[in-house]
Design a protein. Sequence first.
Length: 370
Amino acid sequence: MTESAISIKPKTRSPYWDNIKGVLILLVVFAHCLYGIQDKEANRVIVDFIYYFHMPAFVFVSGFFSKSERSRSANSIIQLLVGYLIFMLPFIFWKVHNGAEPKLINPYYSAWYLLALAVWRVITPYLAKFKHIMPAIIIFSILVGFWKTVNDNTTLAISKVVTFWPYFMAGYLLNGETLENKIKSKPAIQRLELGTISVICGVLLQIASYKTLNMSKNDLLPNAYKGVNLVDPASRIVIMLVSAFFILGFLYLSANKKIPFITMAGRNSMSIFLFHRILTMIFSNYAQPYRARIQILLAVLATVAIALVFGNDFVSKYVNLFIKNCADSVSFLPNSNDKKMKIHRAILLILTAIAFVGPICIKLVRTYIL
């Protein structure tokens, strides 16, 4: 999502890429607001439309920003894991409250992305050295749908890591400087035309696939195929093609100048990502009684509110600083023994203990006391 996963805002940034990330993170939040209220047909259509491309495009951008040594450093990976811990805590206790037995290594909801990003950043540089890695990883991500054992195992979100890997690899292998120069060299009207055509092609392919392949929610998520057939892998291939059209559309349509709110959301997308999911679940619960039109309007307002609260520079700065300091405190850096680092190390240990021990204690109380 950012050049170093979770980091303090650098001195110079590209509004071009921030605008792409801004649109994508807003679509993520908006789709999640409606995800729990898809009993309304309009909501279901909107969610399905966004789910065709929003995470593939996000993973693609993440791959593009994972080229630097800094983004793949041990400290950066630890930052991702700290973010994962923070993301998971409320859901762990939510699951316990509902009588489930949560496991920290089984990602809930969007938390899989942080684990996957850590895995991709560690392994991709080695895979990228192979000449024909891109077609190989595409084929593997299609065929893995037949591997029921992998798809049924939620540990470390293995199926999602494999299924979305081609998008990360594509972004990682992309020569960004050459791409931006090619795009910027075209007249604005031509970029608008090419971007619009790409998006329209993606939409038309979406519509055609729904009618011909009878696609369902199962196809839009990296789940196991329903059996040995050609329809399910064909559906996954279509999703890849639709995603490619939309990614191309974003690349052509993104403005290389700051756009109020959009650029800010993209600049601070990780902070929004970390906190949005629990809020969108609460929103879905309270929006349930309303009609679809009202729900969609409220979802738009909720998306803007979440982005403003967690995507502003002030909040994002301190969220990122806290995560960075926690990561630094266990990274054995030269200053990791000073007082501030010791405090953050203690906080991190407490959060980890809560994540592991809290559910066990609650279960014991329920079993032997209540």
